[in-house]
Design a protein around this ligand. Structure first.
Ligand code: PGA
Length: 252
């Protein structure tokens, strides 16, 4: 058993951007206040400030994360928000490098590294997402791909031990209902942690939270999280209903 406090994060993606999100945040904040794990929600950026206010009003136990930030502090980047702006809403976290950002918006490993650095610079805790596609898994490249993606922010892992969270999300398991088996997930998590021990040191490897993401639900959360190297979950679909997200928090 590690002494890493588990983290359950909900990624709302481009959903729940209005009153529905505020109601959801209220319900989750109530559950977070009673939980022994860290709970974070990641609403669309348009409601970051409103959700952060709800979190604060309910005692500040619920963490709030942006879904994406730009790597620069400011400038002519229409439609983007900087890490400092996200921080200014009251958010304390940000996702970085989600596979949908990589796939649909062309984010490179290098850019993900810059975003992790920008987040830390603005005192936001980054949750950096990595993971292989089905094609890469079938070609036995899972660990190679994950380690390459981690290497893009290894300097930041080292500079601030335990501050950067890694989320391993096999792309083939996201939104598909195809969850990795606990054995499959644990194998990759252990491989990533061993790679960290080698590249950034045992201490950083032991302190770094590695979350699993991809079709996590109340019914499979406890088993996944009982694995030695799985320190929490990044939840998409099942985080959009208070009942199922709270079910995951309670299962842990
Ligand atoms: P999912 O999404 O739980 O709907 O598979 C996970 C994610 O994309 O973070």
């Amino acid at each position: 058993m590690s002494n890493r406090t588990p983290l359950i994060a909900g990624n709302w993606k481009m959903n729940a951007g209005g009153q529905d999100g505020l109601d959801l945040a209220k319900a989750v904040a109530g559950a977070a206040a009673k939980a022994s794990v860290t709970v974070v929600v990641s609403p669309p950026s348009i409601s970051l400030g409103a959700v952060a206010k709800i979190a604060e009003a309910q005692g500040g136990q619920l963490g709030v994360a942006a879904q994406n930030i730009h790597e620069k502090e400011s400038g002519a980047f229409t439609g983007e928000i900087s890490a400092g702006m996200a921080k200014g809403t009251g958010a304390g976290w940000t996702l970085v490098g989600h596979s949908e950002r990589r796939q649909y918006f062309g984010e490179s490993d290098e850019q993900v590294g810059l975003k992790v650095a920008a987040a830390l610079q603005a005192a936001l805790r980054p949750i950096a997402c990595i993971g292989e596609t089905l094609e890469e898994r079938e070609a036995n490249q899972t660990l190679e791909v994950c380690c390459r993606q981690v290497d893009a922010f290894s300097e930041q892992l080292k500079a601030d031990p335990g501050h950067v969270v890694i989320a391993y999300e096999p792309v083939w398991a996201i939104g598909t209902g195809k969850v990795a088996t606990p054995e499959q997930a644990q194998e990759v998590h252990a491989g990533i942690r061993a790679h960290l021990a080698k590249t950034v040191g045992e201490d950083v490897a032991a302190k770094t939270l590695i979350l699993y993401g991809g079709s996590v639900k109340p019914a499979n959360a406890a088993e996944l999280l009982s694995c030695a190297d799985i320190d929490g979950a990044l939840v998409g679909g099942a985080s959009l209903k208070a009942e199922s997200f709270i079910g995951i928090i309670e299962a842990v």
